[in-house]
Design a binder for this molecule. Structure first.
Ligand SMILES: [Zn+2]
Length: 106
């Protein structure tokens, strides 16, 4: 199983082929179990549609951010809006590159 170290805590990352019962019941694409230190993502949406590679990355990044905010005690950011904002900015690396380019020009 893949692992990722998040602030000195090893999280297992399990990629499953179909949405499991927990995902279906809670209408989730993926989830993070802080007690088990495990992230589970599904290759398919609940309706059975196969996710694109990019969506899998976004799903994983989303759960990593939940774990990061949890493990750092940044609970005020551990909500869907904040996690979506940060993951959107991380996926859109253009923002980061543009900021770097601007600073280098100064
Ligand atoms: Zn979330």
């Amino acid at each position: 199983m893949n692992k990722i170290n998040i602030v000195n805590v090893d999280y297992d990352i399990e990629v499953i082929n179909e949405a499991d019962d927990y995902m279906v019941k809670n209408n989730l694409q993926a989830y993070c179990d802080y007690n088990e230190t495990k992230i589970t993502i599904s290759r398919k949406y609940i309706d059975g549609t196969i996710k694109t590679h990019r969506i899998l990355i976004i799903d994983l990044l989303h759960e990593i951010l939940h774990a990061y905010f949890y493990e750092t005690g940044t609970t005020e950011l551990n909500n869907e809006l904040a996690v979506e904002c940060v993951s959107m900015m991380m996926i859109n690396q253009d923002f980061l590159k543009k900021a770097k380019d601007i600073i280098e020009l100064i």
